[in-house]
Every structure is written in structure tokens, then in C-alpha cells.
Design a protein around this ligand. Structure first.
Ligand code: SAJ
Length: 419
């Protein structure tokens, strides 16, 4: 059977190459010529372990093709972005456009699956009106379902296979056909519900995490004031069998957790009070981080200080810059007139003029290293080597990433968020 996947990003590409290695012929579609050209040459445009090998093997098998326009197929999977606008409302233009683009290719018996994370009722209220143009009878001639992805960047190939999935069809046959499809490679359980429940389940999962992280961030602020190390306190609290407090940090990034809770706030503002407050709490962390940097420098009587910012991507060991809190921390530091250098071993290019390409270069004449992302590469840095290049040896770790005692022994003043 043939699958046409629309959207070859962080979700669509891994899903495509996975199916292409598990008995299906996959035609991948992306609006970006650059993405299509590079995939056609067998080069993966995202940093994600295992994907390059899967692409290579699909190309060798001849089961993967790619272009900028859809083709006829048995199954269509839509995996395009569903971001929020400046005013925190859902922008479903990509979902609508992608759905429009497949309409001319739909035939009797086709299955259409939405994988993008969307506000509850999107399949029914946004997708189905577009699919109606096919003239096919829903649930009899055209099967439709929502099968949200739940993989975490950095571990996509493993989680695609092993995670449970929640699948919601517009009717039982749609669900059954969707379950049968994913069984090709999913080893986890596949749970069946209706489309709207599946949409809410997915949004709930990310909202749970956002609320829990906001709680951790609040505890970090409280701990700083009462003179306790929040990292140790959370570690001890989590030994309780029914407690699982998340980790504080300089903010919540990515295209999911910082976005999806807004879908619920938009739909039910009066009922989403904790959700809304958590979102704004997490969004306050970059400013909070920048304010602490300013205070650290002031406490050491450093005027015109220089900060070496370590970490641009939104989390450890990936190259994804989307919604990264680092952007906001950097903007706040700039508005305070603080000089900076920026280093991230996973980001080859960025729009920042201050970006440099080694830790040694970044700390040159710096007063403070500011860790915003807990890349493994940062954990392995040698404090003594970097110290030689610095103006004053100080480090502010917002992720509890470095081994504190090593840096103290090397003569650094070590500061941590929540401590
Ligand atoms: N973060 C914290 N503290 C924590 C956990 C995360 O500050 O305790 C921050 C991270 O640094 C990062 C952001 O939150 O900036 C989000 O990172 P993440 O690793 O928690 O999640 P994502 O956005 O990469 O992936 C999430 C996952 N959802 C859940 O774990 C419930 C993933 O399973 C979803 O598939 C993905 O969203 C998605 O696409 O929706």
C-alpha cells in the first residue's frame, strides 16, 4: 500500500521513513524546495539520531519518494505545524492548506490521518469541511482519524516504536484502519477513542507537563528566597511514591509544551485558570534569569560585564531553536546593555552576530558563563582550561547541568537557578 505524508518536519519525516522501512511505499511532500532537494539526495535536514540511516535504507529499497506536491495514495497523513499566533490563538492555516492540497487526489476507500497536535474539534470543524469537497461519503468512502504523535525530539525513533498511541476515528472503521496501519511498527499499545477525545488527550499531556514545570519554577523562586537548594529539595520530594515534580529552568521552549496549553485557554478561558497562569509563569522565566544575571554582576561590582551564553536550542543535545527560551534571555540581556558571546555546539548557524564556535572563544574576556541548555558537551567542559580565558571566573547554571564542586575547586563562583 502507498502512503502520502504531507509535511516532512520533525514528525512527518521520521514517520515517513519508518513506514517506508515497514512494508509501505511512502511519498513525502513538503512545501520547501530546499527540504525536498536535500531529502532526494538522501540528506536529512534535521538533527535526530537514527533518521539518516532509515532514510538511506528506504532510498535503497526504493520505497521512499519526495516532491513538493501530493500524489494519489491509499492513506494520507497530515503532519504539518500548528503554531500559535502572536495573540496566543491557534494558527490552523497549515492544517487547512495541507488538507486542501490532498483533496484532488482522494479516492473511494482512502484513509486520512491528522498527526499534528491541534485544538479539540479541529478534525470535525476544520478538516472535515475541507474534505467534504472530495464528494466522498465520510466513514463509508473516506475514513478519517486523528493519531497524534507523542515522540520526544532526540529519541524519536525509539519512541515512535515503543510509545503507546491514542487513535481517534470519526467512526469505528476509521479507527480500525488507523490501528492496523500503525501496527506496522508500533510495539506499544494502541488505544482507540473518538477524534475529539484523541485531540484533547494529546493537548492534556503537554499541558500537564507545562503546569508541572511552572510549579517547579515557582518552587525555584521560593527556594532562592528562603535559602534552600531547590534541586536537592525536589530530588528528595520525588522519592515519595506519589510525587513527581518536574525540573525548573530558564523557560519552556519547543513547539509543543509552550504552545498547546494556549489551545485550551483560547477555547475555554474562564475554565483554564491554572493552565493560563502556568503558561505565563513559564514565560516569565527568561526575564527572571536575565534579572539574576544582572544582579550577579552588580553584586560583584562588575560594570560593563560580558556574559558567555551557553545553549541556544530549547533543550539538551538537539539542534531545534523553535520557541527556545534562550532567544528571550538574550533579548532581555541585550535590553540591559549587557555584552555577550553565544555558543551552542549543536547550532551551526544562527541569526546572532555574537555567535562563536568554541567554548574557549566564547569565554574570552567574559565575566560569567550562563548555561541555558544542558547539552552533554557542557557537562564535559574543563573549568580550569576555560578559566584562563575569562576576565572573572563565574558561572550561572540554570539547568543544574555542571558538577558544582569541580567548578568551585577550579576557583569559580558558582550560581544556580533555585539555589
Ligand atoms: N522543561 C523544563 N522542565 C522539565 C521538562 C522540560 O523546563 O522538567 C523544558 C525543556 O527544557 C524544554 C521544554 O520544557 O525547553 C519542553 O521540553 P520537553 O522535553 O519536556 O518536551 P518536548 O517539547 O520536546 O516534547 C513534548 C513531549 N510531551 C510530553 O512529554 C508530555 C513529547 O512527548 C510530545 O510528543 C511533544 O511535546 C509534542 O510534539 O507534542
Amino acid at each position: 500500500k502507498k502512503i502520502c505524508v504531507v509535511g516532512l518536519g520533525y514528525i512527518g519525516l521520521p514517520t515517513s521513513v519508518m513506514f517506508a522501512n515497514h512494508g509501505y511505499h511512502v511519498h513525502g511532500v513538503d512545501v520547501s524546495e530546499r527540504v525536498v532537494e536535500s531529502l532526494a539526495k538522501g540528506e536529512v535536514h534535521i538533527e535526530e539520531p537514527g533518521i539518516q540511516d532509515l532514510l538511506q535504507s528506504a532510498i535503497e529499497k526504493g520505497t521512499f519518494s519526495v516532491s513538493t506536491s501530493p500524489e494519489e495514495a491509499d492513506i494520507f497523513i497530515v503532519a504539518v505545524p500548528s503554531p500559535i499566533r502572536e495573540n496566543k490563538t491557534a494558527d490552523l492555516t497549515y492544517v487547512e492548506k495541507a488538507t486542501e492540497s490532498i483533496v484532488p487526489f482522494l479516492r473511494k476507500g482512502n484513509l486520512v490521518i491528522l498527526e499534528s497536535t491541534v485544538p479539540p474539534r479541529t478534525v470535525e470543524d476544520v478538516m472535515m469541511p475541507v474534505l467534504e469537497k472530495s464528494g466522498l461519503v465520510f466513514g463509508e468512502e473516506l475514513y478519517i482519524s486523528h493519531s497524534p504523535e507523542r515522540v520526544i525530539p532526540g529519541k524519536v525513533t525509539e519512541e515512535l516504536v515503543n510509545n503507546d498511541r491514542v487513535v481517534g476515528g470519526i467512526n469505528q472503521i476509521s479507527s480500525d484502519k488507523t490501528v492496523e496501519l500503525y501496527r506496522a511498527f508500533v510495539k506499544g499499545e494502541i488505544h482507540v477513542t473518538d477524534a475529539t477525545t484523541a485531540e484533547l488527550v494529546k493537548v492534556m499531556e503537554n499541558t500537564y507537563r507545562d503546569v508541572n514545570i511552572a510549579f517547579a519554577n515557582e518552587l525555584a523562586k521560593i527556594s532562592e528566597r528562603i535559602g534552600v537548594d531547590v534541586w536537592e529539595a525536589i530530588r528528595f520530594a520525588n522519592f515519595h511514591p506519589r510525587v513527581n515534580i518536574h525540573t525548573p529552568g530558564p523557560g519552556v521552549g519547543g513547539h509543543c509544551i509552550a504552545v498547546d496549553p494556549w489551545f485550551l485557554v483560547e477555547q475555554e478561558p474562564e475554565q483554564s485558570k491554572i493552565i493560563h497562569l502556568s503558561r505565563t509563569t513559564n514565560d516569565s522565566m527568561p526575564q527572571y534569569t536575565a534579572d539574576r544575571v544582572e544582579k550577579i554582576l552588580a553584586d560583584q561590582s562588575i560594570q560593563h560585564g560580558k556574559v558567555a551564553v551557553f545553549g541556544l536550542s530549547f533543550k539538551a543535545n538537539i539542534d531545534d531553536l523553535r520557541e527556545s527560551p534562550s532567544h528571550h534571555v538574550i533579548a532581555h540581556l541585550k535590553s540591559k546593555g549587557i555584552e555577550m558571546s553565544i555558543f551552542d555546539p549543536h547550532i551551526k548557524e544562527s541569526a546572532y552576530q555574537e555567535q562563536v564556535h568554541s567554548a574557549e572563544e566564547a569565554v574570552k574576556d567574559a565575566d560569567l558563563i550562563l548555561i541555558l541548555t544542558d547539552h552533554n558537551r557542557f557537562k564535559e567542559m574543563d573549568p580550569a582550561v576555560l578559566k584562563g580565558n575569562m576576565r572573572s571566573p563565574m558561572i550561572f547554571d540554570t539547568k543544574n547541568c555542571i558538577e558544582r564542586s569541580d567548578w568551585e575547586t577550579a576557583g569559580y563562583n558558582v550560581y544556580r537557578l533555585g539555589d
